[in-house]
Design a protein around this ligand. Sequence first.
Ligand SMILES: C[S@@+](CC[C@H](N)C(=O)[O-])C[C@H]1O[C@@H](n2cnc3c(N)ncnc32)[C@H](O)[C@@H]1O
Length: 308
Amino acid sequence: MVSQDRIYYKEPVFRPPSEAYSLLIQVTEGCSFKCDFCMSNLRKQFLIRRVEDIKKDLDIAKKLYGNGVRKIFFLDGNALTTPTEKLLEITNHANQLFPKLERCGVYAHARDILRKEDSQLRALSDAGLKIAYVGFESGYDKLLEAVHKHVTKEELIKASKKLMNADITLSATLINGLGGTNNPEVSNLHAIESADLINKICPDDDRTWYVAFLSLMVPPGTVLHEKKSRGQFEEMSPIEILKELHTFITNINFKNNPHARCIFRSNHASNYLPIKGVLDKDKLKILEIINYGLTHAEILKPEFYRGL
Ligand SMILES: C[S@@+](CC[C@H](N)C(=O)[O-])C[C@H]1O[C@@H](n2cnc3c(N)ncnc32)[C@H](O)[C@@H]1O
């Protein structure tokens, strides 16, 4: 149902931290994928809203914020799954209403990207869809399969290149500690294969792209939480998590591109130690920060301050 003066939201909504000041528009509800660690589709039946209703929400936003809107994020967990014509109609409507609009953004599962033709992604990019937040989680196929991510490393590479070819900025997230404790071999391969994935998608120009490492949380209601309750999964300690990140950074190597501008962040609410830098030029600086955290456990974020 759409009210005359309020923008419709189906709570809880899901958006990246960097879209905190964007106009949030509910294009889909929930997520069409169900990964073992994620809450995006726990309390909502996945659906794509009607274009007329979404356009009405944009009209309400115009009344509320005038020409002030510069960024829009299309909720929820993977709005890129919306058919291209619908997304184009919504984005074009937003462009007509907001003359200062700089970009629209979405969460996208890699398979949502692969399902679109290159020409469709280009049309979306030209219309203003300029950033996609893609959950990689890992570059290690066995771990991706174990957490039911429904994607392979090869698909993540293809999807990233497709996005970049369409001039849509890639913002990728990976999850530190995803394999759980008592699994040093999995942790090692998670770090090494994830670094290899990032090395392989590094473009050969100086465009800006983003890679963020979150640290695993185990929210109630998720499959991972059930496994934890049954004693089949145990979270890694902050020190194990930092060691895994150390291996990841050590294995980053953009040797073919000295101009690479990969903005690396591990400063999300879930992380124990805030880290940011540009890869691969800040590699040593980042390793120093991690080493400091490894030898000064007292500076790590206490468990009760962590969140998603
Ligand atoms: C709201 S989800 C949407 C992901 C999107 N559907 C996709 O497949 O790319 C955004 C990201 O939050 C992170 N995330 C979700 N649940 C998490 C958890 N329990 N712990 C840490 N990070 C999590 C993952 O990196 C995930 O890709």
